[in-house]
Design a protein around this ligand. Structure first.
Ligand code: CUA
Length: 351
């Protein structure tokens, strides 16, 4: 009896843990509240398979319960051997055919959805938005329409339009996953993978790297920012117009810009439409939703990050790439970077 109670306690605790953990989701980071074509397609399949599995579970439980009570050993029947039904043709047929039908019910829509999602993903049509996505330890580079716009971490897209992603990794295998919008896709160092995303509603959707890729894998976050088509056009026009050499207006930021160049930050971080460097492109940095993948965009956080990146994102490639920066200098650099606001279309534009 005691052992049974012990097992029950463990089961109870595991059940409660599962219940609590399901509450850990956030609205813009869940496949269960789909806000895009791929995610909606997946959700439809999740519902279908859940219905089928619930049906199977209920049928099995009902049969199990009936058999348990009806055929349990009764008093005085200890030596009774019931009639053997081995090789019962009818039963064998029923429990072979029903699962086959259920598998077909699941397989047909799944196959259609798989081909549907893959059908257009490889094309680079002239009038479509094509983005080359590069996964890096531990950040994301986005190159719109073969170099028209280069940016990092925040992927702006227009609502209701397909955006074709062509994905490669610069180092190890990563996986692009924005659960609210679409399914996962791996980024390999060699062969290009493609997919498309389409957001139904304006919003800031959380993206995660879904493939273990190093010490800071869990900090390799990014965002998809879906804005109205008009705002998207505005964003494109503004981003194409960025002048990487523009002088900041106030003196502190000007000093920051000089320090940024002196400390050779510019050697890894491009500003403007230069191709991907060793580190994230910092165009429009002042409008980022977050930086270093996970930090709130405040000046204090940026100073901490510049002074000691390793303590925030272990294994990142910025550590050790430049001489020690004093807190004072870091503040000036931060001031400069925070002022890099190249467009009025920002995360705040999202309704
Ligand atoms: Cu990149 Cu995990």
């Amino acid at each position: 009896m005691k052992g049974w109670l012990g097992n029950f306690k463990v089961l109870f605790l595991l059940g409660m843990l599962a219940l609590v953990l399901t509450g850990c989701g956030r609205e813009n980071l869940t496949a269960l509240i789909p806000k895009g074509y791929g995610a909606q397609t997946s959700m439809d399949l999740i519902i279908l398979t859940t219905i089928v599995m619930t049906f199977v579970f209920l049928v099995v439980m009902v049969v199990y319960t009936i058999v348990l009570f009806r055929f349990r050993r009764k008093k005085g029947q200890e030596d009774y051997v019931p009639k053997q039904v081995e090789g019962h043709k009818m039963l064998e047929t029923v429990w072979t055919v029903i699962p086959i039908i259920l598998v077909i019910i699941i397989a047909i829509p799944t196959t259609i959805a798989t081909f549907d999602l893959a059908s257009e993903a490889g094309s680079k049509e002239d009038d479509a938005i094509n983005v080359d996505v590069t996964g890096n330890q531990f950040w994301w580079h986005f190159n719109y329409n073969d170099g028209e716009i280069q940016t990092s971490q925040d992927l702006y897209v227009p609502v209701g339009e397909k955006v074709f992603l062509h994905m490669l990794s610069s180092d190890v295998v990563h996986s692009f996953w924005v659960p609210s919008i679409a399914g996962k896709m791996d980024l390999n160092p060699e062969n290009e993978n493609t997919m498309y995303i389409e957001a139904y509603e304006e919003g800031i959707y959380w993206g995660k790297c879904a493939e273990l890729c190093g010490p800071a894998h869990s900090l390799m976050d990014f965002k998809v920012i879906a804005v109205s088509p008009e705002e998207y056009d505005q964003w494109v026009a503004d981003m194409k117009d960025v002048d990487p050499d523009a002088e900041p207006e106030d003196a502190v930021a000007q000093e920051g810009k000089e320090l940024f160049e002196q400390n050779n930050c510019i050697g890894c971080h491009a500003i403007g439409d230069s191709p991907a460097g060793q580190g994230p492109n910092l165009t429009n940095f002042g409008n980022r939703t977050e930086f270093a993948g996970i930090l709130e965009p405040t000046k204090e956080n940026l100073v901490d990050w510049i002074v000691d990146p390793e303590s925030i994102k272990p294994g990142n490639k910025m550590t050790g790439m430049y001489p020690d920066v004093s807190e004072d200098d870091a503040e000036k650099i931060a001031e400069y970077l925070m002022q890099l606001k190249d467009t009025d279309v920002t995360p705040d534009s999202v309704k």
